[in-house]
Design a protein around this ligand. Sequence first.
Ligand code: TYD
Length: 174
Amino acid sequence: MHHDESNAIISSAPRTGSTPSLVYASSLTEDVFYIFGNTGDNISNIKLVRLPTVPDYRGSLTFIEGNRHVPFDIARVYYLYDIPHTATRGGHAHKELHQLIIAVSGSFDVFIDNGREQRTVRLDKPNVGLLLCSKTWRELENFSSGSVCVVLASIPYEESDYYRDYRDFIRSLK
Ligand code: TYD
């Protein structure tokens, strides 16, 4: 099937304005950092959250319980690994799904766009997660060598829950 330029899926958001400074997970000083300000109900906030960690001489242990450390039941876990440095993942938003994204090893950037504001967050700590609510456009990029991205999701995989075209995502917000 032939698609001309105007029919091609737009899987990366047009970056607006000047490049905002990166928010680093590793510079978190509080237990919670709101990326776009603390507004609306709890689930619709986009935030970095510090995860409970038990360090001792044998190493560190971090744990996450559904409806306690994330504001949803955990229905699915998936992870990305063997990621080429040049790869971009994501490039979509979800209709209903909420998720927590963690760099359990290495680091990568999560560009996020809620239709009004854009921000890039660098996940670079295994005990800090980025909580993304539904209707948030995301692109993952700049993966460090050997990095591993773990995602905890509120619903099972369902292709119909995706906005894979940026224009559909923006239309859905109106
Ligand atoms: P996709 O969501 O496009 O990956 P990413 O957002 O990380 O770039 O998914 C890639 C492929 O994997 C796609 O064919 C759907 C499939 N997939 C599943 O079957 N189950 C899942 O839980 C996920 C996340 C993806």
